[in-house]
Design a protein around this ligand. Structure first.
Ligand SMILES: Nc1ncnc2c1ncn2[C@@H]1O[C@H](COP(=O)(O)OP(=O)(O)O)[C@@H](O)[C@H]1O
Ligand SMILES: [Mg+2]
Ligand SMILES: [Zn+2]
Length: 330
């Protein structure tokens, strides 16, 4: 490994997140009871970390709590004895016990192994896996080798982007592609899988989108073509005053592009994605500009029936950018 671990401040970007469902609330971390189904019996764990959006009601196990497994195996829970016995008889021994060893290679496990896991355990395993990867990468800088189900990707830090559902990195083996890791929750893995599925749909409707190079069927990572340009979230504040040529050029290109998308969503509601400024890439070429859709993942709860571009440009974009800055996405 060509790097040494570097500790970031405690309030690293990794501790805060925008709700992946409504994209408006900031997720709160709470503790709540949770039932896990193992080998046919339901086991209640008294206190697990969950994340909750007070705005839309989204609530799910926080996959960041990789320590859930410590709780699962803790001796003070009497009924956990049953769980451990069930895990052992199902030959799950040791699978969650990957320590956060700073010198060991970070990796995603074999997908045939993931396939062999039953429902709840599979989701817990996948959360645990991406949580270790993201936390591990967050502790380093420079280049870090990651074992991706048997293949080696040398991830370059820092991240090049982040959204509600994933963190995106360059990697050494292919400068023309990016590596996106899903945040540790089923919702975000679902987002990545859908992203791959609907890419062809957008391409067919002549919306420029990055090609999918490789992806995990369970949604924990995707390798995509690297887009030229920069996200609207990154360039918006540098566009200059509204009457300046650059501002007007970019605004007109975004307007045309977003209205085309909204019209497409009206005809094909199942293709609805978020037109967040993080998802729109702008490629400026001389005095002209064109747009690309960098994130095709679904946004089923978004309502575009009263979409108003002026409001989007003047109010929604600045609000979103402020939120992205607050949580460290940009
Ligand atoms: N194919 C790509 N090429 C270049 N940058 C990318 C690419 N995909 C993602 N990014 C960067 O990562 C950010 C977050 O990616 P995105 O796919 O929107 O994640 P999420 O699903 O979490 O919303 C983007 O705004 C962009 O800056
Ligand atoms: Mg996005
Ligand atoms: Zn929400």
């Amino acid at each position: 490994m060509s790097t040494s671990p570097v500790r970031r401040p405690v309030d690293s970007t990794y501790s805060l997140d925008v709700c992946p469902r409504c994209e408006e609330g900031i997720l709160a971390h709470i503790q709540a009871p949770h039932d896990v189904e193992v080998a046919g019996s339901s086991i209640r764990i008294a206190k697990v970390q969950m994340e909750e959006c007070r705005r839309c009601g989204y609530r799910a196990l926080s996959g960041r709590e990789a320590r859930l497994f410590d709780v699962l195996f803790a001796p003070q829970y009497e009924r956990i004895g049953d769980l451990i016995a069930a895990l052992r008889s199902a030959r799950y021994v040791g699978m969650f016990l990957r320590e956060e060893e700073e010198d060991s290679v970070l990796g995603f496990g074999s997908r045939s192994y993931v396939k062999s896991l039953a429902g709840d355990l599979r989701e817990l395993y996948l959360d645990n896996e991406s949580s270790h990867i993201l936390q591990g990468l967050d502790r380093h800088e420079g280049s870090v080798p990651v074992d991706v189900a048997g293949r080696r990707y040398t991830i370059k830090l820092p991240k090049i982007g982040e959204g509600e559902n994933g963190v995106v990195y360059d990697f050494a083996e292919d400068p023309g592609a990016v590596f996106k890791v899903a945040k540790p929750r089923a919702y975000s893995r679902g987002h990545l899988v859908k992203e791959c599925e609907v890419t062809a749909f957008f391409a067919r409707h002549l919306i420029p989108v990055p090609a999918i190079v490789d992806y995990d069927a369970y949604g924990n990572w995707v390798v995509k073509e690297r887009l030229e340009g920069a996200s609207l979230a990154v360039i918006y504040d540098s566009l200059g005053p509204p009457h300046s040529e650059r501002h007007r050029t970019v605004r007109a290109a975004v307007r045309e592009f977003v209205l085309r998308l909204v019209e497409l969503f009206g005809r094909f509601p199942e293709s609805k994605t978020s037109v967040s400024p993080n998802n729109i890439f702008v490629l400026e070429e001389g005095s002209s500009a064109r747009c690309l859709l960098v994130d095709t993942g679904p946004a089923p709860t978004h309502d575009y029936s009263r979409f108003d571009f002026d409001e989007y440009w003047d109010v929604v974009i600045p609000q979103k950018i402020e939120r992205y800055r607050a949580v460290g996405y940009i």
